[in-house]
Design a protein around this ligand. Sequence first.
Ligand SMILES: Nc1ncnc2c1ncn2[C@@H]1O[C@H](COP(=O)(O)OP(=O)(O)OP(=O)(O)O)[C@@H](O)[C@H]1O
Ligand SMILES: [Mg+2]
Length: 392
Amino acid sequence: MAPVEGFTTSGNGIGPSVAALHAALASVIDPELRRPITDLGMVKEVTADDDGRVHAVVLLTIAGCPMRDTIRADAARALAGVDGVTDVEVELTAMTVAQRQALKEQLQGPGGTRGIVFNEPGSLTRVYAVASGKGGVGKSSVTVNLACAMAAKGLRVGIVDADIYGFSVPGLMGLTTNGVTQSPTRVDEMILPPVAFGVKVISIGMFITGNQPVAWRGPMLHRALEQFLTDVYFGDLDVLFLDLPPGTGDVTISVAQLLPKAEILVVTTPQAAAAEVAERAGAIALQTGQKVAGVIENMSYLTLPDGSAMDLFGSGGGGLLAQRLSQTMNAPVPLLGQIPLEIALREGGDSGAPIVLSTPDAASARALQGIADRLAVRPRGLAGLKLDVRPS
Ligand SMILES: Nc1ncnc2c1ncn2[C@@H]1O[C@H](COP(=O)(O)OP(=O)(O)OP(=O)(O)O)[C@@H](O)[C@H]1O
Ligand SMILES: [Mg+2]
């Protein structure tokens, strides 16, 4: 068997096999980079003696990596499962500058990328910007639940919380405990987004302490969004969601400029007046040259204790909006689903446990799941991809 660099056994073949130790470590996934630690150059060495005592040295991207305990525990568990292993010791140490540079180049290409990877012609990531006319109609709740539903199906999903002033995604995703939000790991200028329920999340809430307000003007908002899209390492995603603030303000325009291929998902309540305001948010796509992927009606009805449905906010707004946007855009804009009002959905948001995962049988969870299914079956974005097809 070819020797594996950094892996040694006692040499007389009695202890655990090198290949088995390597295979075990290859099953350990870095929680932030979501790749096997063996692929990331994070395993410095593994030694085993004849009595099955294993010593491994794992390299962390940075010394204070917040995931250090998870990585150590996962590596120890994987090694302990190998035949012949009696004892495991996992030592953690930080990468050298050169090793970190090599990792960055492996992830981002030589010199690192300074552009937005989602705009590259070969990018297959579908980008959805979740918009609304009015505030409080459920954009953020819809965003996190769709993202979690898709990640649970095995898709690689990220969320950019583009609501800089009114960020709420960390809380909804359970990344804020007792007022403290998990902060991203920085590898030099590269930012590794925290992961919740398999979804990579970045939010301005991860960069400020406590509940300080963000009081920025347009250019600063634009710069923050740009940095989220250039400096945050999302890896190859199937789907990226942007949770927008309500209306058609600075951020909406910035998103259109920074991510021209982002498709808009418009959230509205069934109220006719709300649908009218939402139409403006959708129709902005006409000016920015973006596509509208569909309409999501939220807070569609409330099921009363006797089982009957009460149209608290009226009815028909979602269908009406889809119809009007289809005309405005001169392209079919479907109503993707109708989500009822449910206390459990609100509670799931408050406790950071999205309802599609915590109470999947709830009517609202099923509606959200249905929308996620419809969006997930759309092929990965081929728009802008130059297919190299030539006549034979
Ligand atoms: N279907 C629903 N049933 C019950 N509560 C809901 C539902 N949808 C949203 N909510 C609740 O309504 C409130 C507003 O929702 P959310 O924050 O998702 O809206 P938003 O459009 O993102 O708001 P903003 O415009 O402030 O960003 C939250 O408390 C949320 O839990
Ligand atoms: Mg919101």
